[in-house]
Design a protein around this ligand. Structure first.
Ligand SMILES: [Zn+2]
Length: 115
């Protein structure tokens, strides 16, 4: 993939993530407002579980978006395809499968263990 294609892919991904995040975070905080938005009444547990799931999803999306933004920065400064942690090359297969990769497989697995 050439750089322009990667940039297009990443920018599309960022817009899609922005849209998803907007939808997820557009949950009204005021219960009365939630009712007027057609939410279930008297089903607090389901509501809470639903909200937790949405918070989790929003966190995942935000983390994904941060990677996409970082990958775009790396395209700009010419370090795209190099690991942010160890500076080693990120494999082409990994970049093909996941263009937002900013860590090599090894460092990404370390980060997963950290969090
Ligand atoms: Zn690395």
């Amino acid at each position: 993939m050439d750089t322009a294609t990667i940039r297009d892919t990443l920018e599309e991904r960022r817009s899609a993530l922005d849209a998803e995040l907007r939808e997820l975070t557009a949950i009204p905080r005021d219960p009365a407002a939630a009712v007027s938005f057609g939410k279930r009444i008297g089903d607090g547990t389901t509501e809470a579980v639903d909200r937790l799931a949405k918070v989790g999803a929003a966190e995942q999306l935000a983390a994904m978006r941060a990677d996409v933004v970082r990958a775009l920065e790396k395209l700009d400064d010419g370090t795209y395809g190099l690991c942010d942690r160890c500076g080693g090359p990120i494999s082409d297969e990994r970049l093909d499968a996941r263009p937002r990769s900013v860590l090599c497989v090894h460092c990404a697995s370390l980060r997963l263990r950290d969090t």
